[in-house]
Design a protein around this ligand. Structure first.
Ligand code: SF4
Length: 471
């Protein structure tokens, strides 16, 4: 199962955490629309409310009032391509001999089945087929014999894959980021406490201050009095594998991920796109909303080209990326975007988007623009071609659904009926992110992954994580 989610954890000095958790889940709604949930702890008892649906629909005022306690975590979950399944909704919560656990996970383990089988053999009963429950059971088992930090460390050495976790153990709130830092997680300071969140936009929503990103392999424990946090670098890893697509598409443009402002990154990628493959045209149009920052950087670098809004978005239609069937995706494109004829008719046009997944949107857009009189439609994409699936927690598409998986750039241009098509290079992405390509996950654009995936190529020796001898 793959999923792309948003996680949050808050510890306050006395005040109930449920309402700020609720607001921060609103800020992370773009990371998951299938289900939303909050688990809190009041020092005596754990409280949980998890529902299918958007944050605004999942909680009533009474639900929020009933979630007592100054410590808690929250989760929004992305729809999977398969059936909608409430058993996988999070946070996952469990009570056991050493207390209660709540766990929110963003990512995907690559060895969950192996650990699940082992735990099942030793008597653990599972209620879902998700990997989050595997982490919770492993941690619960370790907590029977170890203190909190050692227990988390042991779990981190056993699980492999991508994970950013927020966890409650009774009224202690903590955050963990996998040793390669694949999915984002950051720490923020609030007036009366601290917050861990997938994106800094959640911290802004609560008028907090971004402190820093959680480091790959780090455990952060928020102090119960809301006066700070403690850091434990539990696993050292020489290479990271930050998901470059967080910057390109997934994260909110107003977030800061791994020290980089997402909006500025997208504008810089747009500038690079012009440098690498700029083409003269009368007008540059962003594909709203995700192409806007790229198009603004591209048009600025091009200097004398007109930048215009030529496509109007119906804000009440969801992202085509998350529609489960091809038929629904095609209908959604037609529902979602409408061209403004006056900015397009009789002109040569360049449209800028962040990515092409299945090609459905691009094909429909080129047709729409030509139907309203564009003389020429060029397509420029602010990321390299997506050629392979993601196994790190992104529900992207299977290989045979990806338009670029078996086609050259020219063949994709023909398929979407564009007069020209160009993508940004992988090196340009790494340069803008100021990272070595080896420190980024680029699995979906290279087919080479930071973990050993059955049937896929690993792009590096799998570095089994090293745990320092002491704590
Ligand atoms: S495969 Fe692509 S989408 Fe998945 S983590 Fe890597 S870069 Fe991100």
């Amino acid at each position: 199962m793959t999923e792309k989610c948003g996680v949050v954890g808050i510890s306050l000095d006395g005040r109930d955490a449920a309402r700020p958790l609720y607001y921060s889940l609103y800020a992370l709604q773009h990371r998951g629309q299938e289900s939303a949930g909050i688990v809190t702890h009041d020092g005596f008892q754990q409280h949980s409310h998890v529902e299918m649906g958007l944050v605004g629909d999942a909680f009533s005022e009474d639900d929020i009032e009933s979630l007592n306690g100054p410590a808690g975590i929250g989760h929004v979950r992305y729809p999977t391509s398969g059936s909608v399944d409430s058993s996988c909704a999070q946070p996952f919560s469990v009570s056991f001999k050493s207390g209660s656990l709540g766990l929110s996970h963003n990512g995907n383990l690559v060895n969950a089945d192996e650990i699940r089988d082992e735990l099942a053999d030793s008597g653990h009963a599972f209620t879902s087929d998700g990997d989050t429950e595997v982490i919770a059971h492993d941690l619960a088992r370790n907590l029977l014999e170890e203190d909190l930090v050692r227990a988390v460390k042991q779990t981190m050495t056993r699980i492999h894959g991508s994970y950013s976790l927020t966890i409650t153990h009774d009224d202690t709130v903590m955050g963990v980021r996998d040793p390669q830092g694949n999915r984002p997680l950051c720490i923020g300071e609030l007036d009366d406490g601290y917050i861990l969140a997938s994106e800094s936009a959640a911290i802004d929503t609560l008028d907090g201050e971004l402190v820093r990103d959680v480091k790959p392999g780090e455990l952060v424990i928020l102090r119960a009095d809301g006066q700070g946090f403690d850091s434990y670098q539990l696993v050292e890893q020489k290479q990271t594998a930050h998901c470059f697509f967080e910057h390109v598409y997934f994260a909110r443009p107003d977030s800061v991920i791994d020290g980089k402002r997402v909006y500025e990154v997208r504008r810089d990628l747009g500038r690079k796109l012009w440098e690498e493959s700029g083409i003269d045209s009368d007008v540059v149009l962003p594909v709203p909303d995700s192409g806007r920052a790229f198009a603004s950087g591209y048009a600025e670098a091009a200097d004398d080209v007109e930048f215009a809004e030529g496509l109007m978005k119906n804000r009440y239609v969801g992202r085509t990326f998350i529609m489960p069937t091809q038929d629904e995706r095609e209908r959604a494109v037609r529902l979602k975007l409408n061209p403004i004829k006056s900015t397009i008719e009789g002109k040569t046009v360049t449209i800028i988007d962040d990515s092409i997944v299945r090609g459905t949107t691009s094909t429909q857009l080129v047709k729409l623009l030509k139907d309203v009189g564009a003389e020429e439609v060029n397509v420029r994409i602010g990321a390299p071609p997506i050629v392979a699936p993601c196994y790190m927690g992104i529900d992207m598409a299977s290989r045979d659904e990806l338009i670029a998986s078996d086609k050259s750039v020219e063949e994709v241009a023909d398929e979407i009926n564009a007069d020209s098509l160009a993508y940004l290079s992988k090196d340009a992405v790494a340069e803008v992110l100021e990272q070595s390509r080896d420190d980024l996950c680029m699995g979906c654009v290279t087919g080479e992954y930071p973990y050993d995936i059955e049937g896929e190529e690993a792009d590096r020796e799998i570095t089994r994580t090293e745990v320092p001898a002491d704590d």
